[in-house]
Design a protein around this ligand. Structure first.
Ligand SMILES: CCCCCCCC/C=C\CCCCCCCC(=O)SCCNC(=O)CCNC(=O)[C@H](O)C(C)(C)COP(=O)(O)OP(=O)(O)OC[C@H]1O[C@@H](n2cnc3c(N)ncnc32)[C@H](O)[C@@H]1OP(=O)(O)O
Length: 198
């Protein structure tokens, strides 16, 4: 398998022990050039308060599909540890999250990554939305499993924050089921109000 060297850095590549007949397969990591910080990107700040002035960020807002308690089929992601801008979180895969019978739908796993990576971005101190989200699905996740999420910021460049993370099955050192890299873009407060229909 050939990996275009202009698309990924050396750190993005991993050698995967594989039973493939031609030996170990080199697989691309989750980050493409569009989700990799450019040279000169700043290191993330140590962690800043959420800018809670905007209405979707109210302390009592429970409508989020990822983390809110008001969404009956929501993921109900709970943050378990925050260290600066890095976040650990978890959620339980329920019947309503199925794709194939008994297994989590991939789109919901991508949603979980969007949520936890977004939480990292908001800890930079601005209001951020997802501009691009790249996801690798590495193992099926059974209904009933707890997915342990971990996410961190690789750098900030102007309005752009480069965030990465992973989800493991069952335990913090369990098998990696999903990996993601994203570009979050800082937006003004009006972003969350100007297009609303209700
Ligand atoms: C959101 C939650 C709020 C509640 C918070 C509660 C408290 C916190 C608790 C918990 C954490 C939150 C967790 C949330 C998690 C979920 C997050 C989501 O699902 S967000 C919804 C989905 N995303 C959108 O709806 C964006 C839709 N897109 C847009 O609005 C625009 O396209 C936007 C803002 C992304 C960019 O538009 P422009 O006009 O402002 O700016 P331009 O110039 O186009 O882009 C700026 C820079 O970014 C690059 N860029 C933009 N999109 C890119 C892309 N897809 N790929 C690569 N680069 C991109 C551009 O090339 C440009 O770069 P150059 O400055 O020129 O270097």
């Amino acid at each position: 398998m050939t990996i275009p060297s202009d698309r990924v850095s050396g750190e993005d590549l991993e050698v995967w022990a594989s039973a493939a007949p031609d030996g170990p397969v080199r697989r691309r990591g989750p980050a493409s050039s569009r989700t990799t910080p450019p040279a000169g990107a700043a290191a993330p700040a140590a962690g800043a308060p959420f800018p809670r002035a905007s209405s979707p960020a109210r302390d009592d807002y429970q409508g989020c599909f990822g983390c809110g308690g008001d969404s009956p089929s929501g993921l109900r992601i709970v943050e378990t540890r925050v260290d600066g801008t890095s976040v650990e979180a978890e959620f339980a895969v329920r019947d309503v999250h199925q794709g194939a019978p008994g297994l989590a739908h991939g789109g919901l796993l991508a949603t979980a990554m969007d949520e936890v990576l977004g939480s990292v971005a908001w800890r930079l101190g601005g209001r951020y939305v997802t501009g691009r989200l790249e996801t690798d699905f590495l193992a099926p996740v059974p209904v009933g499993a707890t997915v342990r999420l971990r996410a961190w910021c690789n750098g900030v460049h102007g309005r752009k924050a480069y965030v990465e993370g992973e989800g493991r099955i069952g335990a913090p050192d369990g098998p990696v089921a999903v990996r993601a890299a994203a570009l979050f873009v800082e937006v003004p407060e009006e972003h969350f109000t100007k297009e609303r229909l209700n």
